[in-house]
Design a binder for this molecule. Structure first.
Ligand SMILES: Cc1cc2nc3c(=O)[nH]c(=O)nc-3n(C[C@H](O)[C@H](O)[C@H](O)COP(=O)(O)O)c2cc1C
Length: 421
């Protein structure tokens, strides 16, 4: 097999040596294309010795063989490791100012990309947007992992380990083969792996009124739900986002997408109505909103005032709200996938998995994303860590990282469940 390994200018370039070596040891014809900046980290001699093929960065070398397109045309697989923020941006824009850029435009082979950068660069909306666009074009993104970074800090941005990248490349090839060798178009097509799916996502936190000015609410920021909606849209789905109260700044990310329609809801009852209505035409419904379990039984139509109370205490009678998720699961249409989120604070002696498993069975979901919440975890945070449990409560996968990464892992799990990958 003809394998192209693109190496870009990050400190993790040294780890790409192990990726190249693994492909060579498997007997493939490996061609390394470093960017000029990558050569400041690991030099031409290393790449030529390891790959056993000549290495150049420029479209002006070996012009007789038209290398600027021939490598891309010959490739059965392209792997970019590490992929810098700069190179991801160039790939998204389709720039072709070096040999790697022209090769990427010339290939129809599966492309696997392993981003590596500091957490701030990874989380920047520009980088996240680029990742979304690339995924939408069918590019396979591996990692990044959460862990120690070069500057001594730690967080998402560390390049995945070489064996994980090689395994992802094998999966990408197997996927292309099982799809009748339909190759992805890494730069041109706007189609993604969720193309044709109609999706409903709820996000944010409901508010149950107490009186005209007060409510019972929760700390959900809506970040995870919006990330799920944006990821789906970037990957080609048509999305209805049922938005309970969430930060305007967070919602803005979804408003910007032409494939996301936003429907507003305030209380659990309103959210239930909106989701059920949208779900009638949906292939996948994801309940990521934090829906109140209880509402106030008698909502006062006048502001509760201290001077009207009999003493220093008052009581509010609460009644359970409807279980929207369980209802959706019980009434699901054939072929419809129902996904829930469970924010849990497990009791002593109980694991998150055990608690999630019980909930998955009780709710009847196809997939349940279980996360631990607390004063500093889950809600409001930029990062998340979830266990993905199938309908039998079995652990399918774990996902951690920023909320967009978790959203993409969730969609990968949904596609696997639906047998669409
Ligand atoms: C020591 C050092 C380490 C770097 N590591 C990274 C990195 O891990 N990820 C990244 O996106 N940029 C990193 N950069 C910045 C890139 O090298 C820079 O953006 C460069 O223009 C990338 O060029 P390329 O994408 O064409 O290879 C690093 C720079 C230096 C000096």
């Amino acid at each position: 097999m003809f394998v192209v390994v693109g190496v870009t200018g990050g400190i993790a370039a040294y780890k790409a040596v192990a990726v190249v070596r693994a492909f060579v040891q498997e007997g493939h014809d490996v061609h390394v294309i470093p960017t000029p900046d990558a050569l400041r980290f690991v030099g031409t001699a290393t790449w030529e010795a390891i790959s056993r093929n000549p290495v150049t960065t420029s479209v002006h070398d070996d012009v007789a063989r038209v290398r600027h397109v021939s490598l891309g045309q010959s490739a059965d697989l392209v792997v970019i490791a590490p992929a810098t923020a700069n190179s991801l941006a160039k790939m998204t824009a389709g720039l072709a100012d070096d040999l790697l850029g022209t090769t990427l435009l010339a290939t129809t082979a599966p492309v696997v990309v392993a981003p590596a950068m500091h957490t701030e660069m990874w989380r920047h909306p520009a980088t996240q947007h680029n990742i979304g666009v690339l995924r939408g074009r069918g590019v396979h993104i591996v990692g990044p992992d959460d862990g120690p970074l070069t500057g001594g800090d730690s967080g998402p941005g560390r390049m995945s380990e070489p064996d994980v990248i090689v395994a992802a490349a094998r999966d990408a090839l197997a996927g292309a083969a099982s799809a009748g060798d339909v190759r992805t178009d890494p730069v041109g097509g706007a189609e993604g792996d969720l193309r044709g799916l109609r999706v409903v996502v709820s996000a944010g936190g409901t508010r149950e009124p107490i009186d005209p000015v007060r409510f019972l609410g929760n700390r959900s920021s809506g970040r995870q739900g919006v990330a799920i909606a944006c990821a789906a849209a970037d990957r080609g789905a048509e999305v209805i986002l049922v938005a309970a109260h969430l930060d305007a700044e967070i919602l803005a990310a979804a408003s910007a997408s032409p494939r996301v329609r936003i429907v507003r809801a305030g209380t659990a009852a309103e959210l239930g109505l909106a989701v059920r209505d949208a779900a009638t035409e949906a292939d996948v419904v994801i309940m990521a909103a934090a829906v109140a379990d209880y509402r106030v039984a008698e909502v006062s139509d006048r502001k509760l005032a201290k001077e009207q109370a009999d003493g220093p205490e008052i009581s509010l009678r609460l009644v359970q709200t409807e279980d929207i998720l369980a209802q959706l699961a019980a009434g699901r249409a054939p072929g419809q996938t129902i996904v829930g989120f469970a924010a849990e604070t497990p009791a002593d002696g109980e694991t998150l998995l055990e608690r999630g498993r019980r909930k998955a069975l009780r709710k009847g979901t196809d997939l349940l994303a279980v996360n631990r919440v607390g004063w500093t975890e889950g809600f409001e945070a930029e990062v998340n860590a979830v266990l993905l449990l199938d309908g039998r409560g079995e652990l399918l996968a774990e996902a951690r990282g920023d909320k967009r990464a978790v959203a993409d892992a969730l969609w990968d799990g949904i596609l696997t469940l639906r047998g669409e990958r």
